[in-house]
Design a protein around this ligand. Structure first.
Ligand SMILES: [Zn+2]
Length: 347
């Protein structure tokens, strides 16, 4: 274990006690009963972290990677290499995003073991529409945002993620706030919201370990977005409540995140994220102080550099999350203009 990774730019630095795995199918020992696999992804965010917990009778896989030939091959290398002779007894998914749940069907079928996840994560994915055309409700969402029609079709590609998901298992074991894992009784579920509907973190007070999924990441800020599926939502209010809860996690707890390196300093990281959102609120209030802006115009203010289609969607969702929070709390007003675009102004 080394302590050389320290984020020196932060006034209250986090510590990173583990180096990243050097090769694809390498399992890093976090402890004798917790292993870490870093699964590559073909995106700007180039990996997702997977953890394996030794529980009664074998190993519980926490998150899976998205479904790709490479990811399946890496899993087979793990099973025939470092886990040779061992059994997998379950698959636990923190939330429904494809990098976390994409291979749940494949792995539960391969080992004939249950999927553990929450009701809202399971059914959000099961209910996701296979978008081929843009339904009028989604077109209206983008029109209200002042989004350029010519970029709509390409940007919606990001919602067509079925090729990256193996067929979902037809049943699952439901996790809820406070659930004790039936096959690993020292681990308790904490529900987080805002990034996804019912995100299941896993905490062991005895071990001082929190498996945080995407709900607490060390270096990147988690996407919190209003989506076309739920245009009147206020996900940032849920997110900030969840952050308040995570602020109770002591700094000495080892956080095992969905992306980036394991770290200590949960409270410090929560404080950084809280001030990040306050800064975002201020940027929006300043921009809308003496003029009415659409969400798309606000995206240009908040993210001045050119954005890829994928990043543009994330940025729009984030912008709307910050806008809707401030409308709900009375900081912004909304006016639907004559061309069908929502315009925001600071109160
Ligand atoms: Zn996610």
């Amino acid at each position: 274990m080394t302590e050389q990774h320290v984020a020196v730019s932060s006034p209250a630095p986090l510590t990173f006690p583990y180096d990243a795995p050097q090769s694809k199918a390498e399992l890093v020992d976090i402890s004798p009963e917790i292993k870490w696999l870093r699964m590559p992804m073909p995106y700007a965010l180039d990996h997702v972290n997977i953890y394996l917990l030794q529980v009664g009778g074998g190993w519980l896989i926490i998150d899976t990677g998205l479904d790709s030939t490479e990811a399946r091959e890496i899993w087979e290398e793990v099973f025939s290499g470092p886990l040779r002779g061992e059994k997998v007894v379950g698959v636990y998914c923190t939330h429904y995003h494809v990098d976390h749940l994409g291979l749940a069907g494949y792995l539960t079928e391969r080992w004939r073991v249950p999927l553990f996840t929450t009701y809202e994560e399971y059914f959000t994915l099961r209910g996701w529409p296979d978008l081929v055309t843009v339904p009028w409700q989604h077109a209206e969402f983008f029109q209200r945002a002042g989004f350029p029609q010519e970029r709509l079709q390409e940007t919606l590609v990001m919602f067509q993620f079925f090729p990256e998901i193996s067929p979902m298992p037809p049943s699952f074991i439901r996790l809820q706030e406070g659930s004790i894992l039936p096959i690993g009784k020292d681990w308790r579920v904490i529900i987080g919201r805002g990034h996804s509907p019912e995100h299941a973190l896993l905490f062991s007070g005895d071990r001082g370990v929190l498996i945080s999924g995407d709900q607490l990441l060390p270096t990147i800020t988690t996407n919190v977005s209003v989506s076309v599926m739920n245009p009147e939502d206020d996900p940032l209010s849920h997110w900030l409540v969840s952050l308040d809860r995570l602020a109770e996690i002591p700094d000495e707890v080892l956080v095992l995140p969905g992306h980036g390196l394991p770290f200590r300093g949960a409270r410090k990281r929560v404080a950084e994220l809280q001030s990040h959102h306050q800064r975002r609120f201020q940027v929006i209030r300043d921009a809308c102080f003496d003029r009415e802006l659409s969400a798309y115009e606000l995206v240009q203010v908040m993210y001045p550099a050119p954005l890829s289609d994928f990043d543009l969607q994330l940025a729009l969702g984030e912008c709307l999350a910050h806008v809707r929070y401030q409308i709900a709390s009375g900081g912004l007003t909304l006016r639907l203009d004559e061309s069908g675009v929502n315009r925001y102004r600071t109160v």
